[in-house]
Ligand binder design. Sequence first.
Ligand code: NAP
Ligand code: MG
Length: 501
Amino acid sequence: MSSAKSASETPRKYQLFIDGQWVDAESGKTFTTPNPATGATLAEVAEGDKADIDKAVEAARRAFEGPWSKVSARDRGKLLYKLSQLIDAKSKELAAIETSDNGKPIKETSYVDLPQVVENFEYFAGWATKIEGETIPVPGQMFNYTLREPVGVCGQIIPWNFPLLMAAWKLAPALAAGNTIVLKPAEQTPVGAMELAALIQEAGFPDGVVNVVPGYGETAGAALASHKDIDKLAFTGSTEVGKLVAKSAADNLTKVSLELGGKAPNIVFADADLEQAVNGAMMGIFFNQGQVCCAGSRLFLDARVKDEFLDRFKEKSARVRVGDPMDKNTQMGPQVSEEQLNRIKGYVDIAKGEGAQVLTGGCPPQLEGDFQKGYFFQPTIFGDVQNSMRVAQEEIFGPVVSVITFENEDDLIKQANEVAYGLSAGIWTKDITRAHRFAKAVHAGVVWINTYNMFNAASPFGGYKQSGYGREMGKHALEMYTQVKSVWVDLSGKPIGWFGN
Ligand code: NAP
Ligand code: MG
């Protein structure tokens, strides 16, 4: 492959990965991606667009109809398992690369992202041999059974917030079910996916089964979403772009799954263990610099404990260690890009304009040396927020939380659900009946009780309302990557009665 494996100062170079080959873009164009901690160029990457997407879809189609269709379920499972082991063996290096590309702290990439990437490939390796049809008890001398077949060529478009993990969530179930893929990573974070492509090649997947085409959303992404020869489109990213890609896929009636934004309520009742809840609120909003679709960005506090909670929350938030993401003690690194940093600053102004108070943070931290050029922002708490304000309704995607006070449970559930999104929700209480009442009443695809941001490859994840449709991970993910065929067999050997006599 064509990556320069040298020290981080020398920009790495990557080509496109199409049909098992490393190739330049048809246009010859490249783009660079910075290390968000310093702004220094991390890598120079071939810039795929429509012509390259066309080539990749053709390769994926050939592989789907040819060699990949002949690989047994057991061998697909073995390939996925081999891939999980190759990633595991290289996880230290991959964690460092992911940190340099995205800015997330090395502690996070080492202990969260990479282990979960490995877990997802391992989990779906096991599923490859367990995707089964059914026999249906139909009446008469008839035998009816179903085949669960792969959908075909899948276009997968992923965001920059968990670059490798989002690739794993998409690739692993699709491959287990026997599909082929064209993957487009985000322009901000293409490096992990290219490293993954090299391991896919090393694991021995046939050429064309996985193709990775980095490039811009408006060109490469749009070409993939509107391609006539893809059978399924899986997208993770903003609700705005999700609507766009769903519309262009609709022209070809391509099957679509969408994992979009969120504005999750994270709720603290007066009877909660406050220390645990403060830590949970911090995990909910500051993890991954707040660049998490299921972030607990609306913090609902029971009026009876609001002051005590806020004192502790402010004090701890101000002590979060923001800085060099390669330092193992760092808790928050930079935002992914200058654009995202500016978006967050814009929301601070919006919050102030709406009458909210900045209780802590609200601006970039003072850092030294090269990190002055990085895209850092401090943990930020907005107090005096009303649920109807823009900062409570719009996804900010930064370490910025809006605090809303509630008086009683009915009022709380109403407010929690008064939002366009429905991805996740958290609740902190010792009252188990209340916790389960809430879990049932809240409009969200995932609910965390006395915990936050828990994930496992076996547990489904996805949204209600404008947070999208389809479920990733778990057996539910296989439904998105398979289709059902119903087969009827006559057992009587007699002519069909209707026209037979
Ligand atoms: P985005 O534009 O939705 O990016 C997601 C993916 O879609 C990227 O691979 C992007 O490519 C691609 N894309 C962009 N425009 C496209 C188009 N017209 N057709 C097909 N694909 C297209 O997200 P963003 O601009 O990076 O971030 C903006 C906001 O989205 C964030 O502030 C946040 O609110 C939200 N977001 C949500 C998630 C999530 O997990 N739910 C993740 C990321 C962002 P390029 O990056 O190459 O343009
Ligand atoms: Mg974009």
